[in-house]
Design a protein around this ligand. Sequence first.
Ligand code: FAD
Length: 428
Amino acid sequence: MTTTAQNLNLLRAGDPGYDEARTVWNAMVDRRPEAIVRATGTHDVVAAVRLARERGLEIGVRCGGHNAAGFAVPDGGLMIDLTPMGAVRVAPGRRTAWVQGGALLGALDAAAQRHGLATTAGNVSHTGVGGLTLGGGMGWLARQYGLACDNVTAYRIVTADGDVLSATAAEHPDLFWALRGGGGNFGVVTEFEFRLHEAGTRALVAEYEADAAHAPAALRHWRDLAAAAPRQATFEASSPGDGSVKLGFVWVGAGDPARLLAELPRPRVRRMSYLALQTRDDTTGGHTYRRYSKGHYLRALPDAAIEAFLAPSAGSRSLQAYGGAIADVAPEDTAFAHRDTRFEFTTGMRWTDPAQDAERMADARATAAALAPFAGGVYVNMLNDEGEAGVRRAYPAAQLARLTAVKDVYDPGNVFHLNHNIRPSARS
Ligand code: FAD
């Protein structure tokens, strides 16, 4: 064992905690790292990166473990498990949160809400701040305050050489640009600094249903309302795949949704705390299932797309509205480029029997294919097993060229390649 390994908390096959640490959200992922580093701070991450490079081990980086492809878990490689680094510190006067690289969204939400503050985070509290924010980060506050990545003011990052850098608008601005949407390609982020907002502590959810006969007209009405909705409202729609649809919106923050509610046919209205909203989907989004999903970004929702969305097929599907502050940012300002997206479409399957893998995956692919003619790209965090073709859908050519140039500077050997990979130009 080299000196760099001696002070690390390393788990190997057979050690207590090894199987727990390599188990991620998608039960289809069953890989066995050579070793798992339980990182407790930036110094451990530096040592882990150096150790992996000395030994020629592939590196996987784990935060919340939600990545559907299970990139966090390298077969035979070194997994850098950031979950012991889950702390969040809030300075309410400065409206700032410092979040360690292994924190879950629930920890960020809870710490900020103690002061009536919040920043954009996703909808399931056991998702990692790390993976979600590095890919963009959509949530109920995004139409008011931008994506999660739009609210990061500084990153502390361990690069492929084991150097510790600070990336801000002023320091390493090229890296700062790339980290806002470019995923885990550039190093291991050990701390994020987030801007917080006075988002309040209350939320309202309005929902109504339409059967298959009425769903097309209901969804067209929903689409038109979404286009003109105030930023506090994020429209969502879902269908189990039988032609029916559940429609509505989530409202967070100041203002009165009464006028919007009056436009909905007999909505079921639930008021709840923002924290309750942020855990509402924790069970349906829970662990232990085999999972496969597909997504598209849609710049418009023409009637033909509505028809395709409602066409009966296996698998649930959903739409979530974008716009508002997400679109205020110029596409070239961040690695996340799809600022003109109006709706995100996703379809997902979950099951338990491995014998059904091929069938379920084919179902999700078929449902996604029906919407493909209307797609204008994809959210990198919704990619699965699409490989390089998926990366090209996630990043338009100009973004990809710039990301490649940043990769050439900070990781020319592609040490961090277990991700939706931006390949350095020497290896393209
Ligand atoms: P992990 O698997 O731990 O990490 C994914 C990848 O991110 C890693 O392989 C690594 O490359 C990189 N990474 C993670 N942390 C770091 C770090 N600190 N430094 C460097 N690289 C790192 N997305 C949304 O935008 N909004 C949502 O509301 C939303 N809801 C979701 C709900 C569920 C149930 C699931 C499964 C996913 C959801 N997603 C959502 C997608 C989510 O953003 C991605 O799955 C994301 O990759 C999860 O990040 P993680 O840290 O949990 O995953």
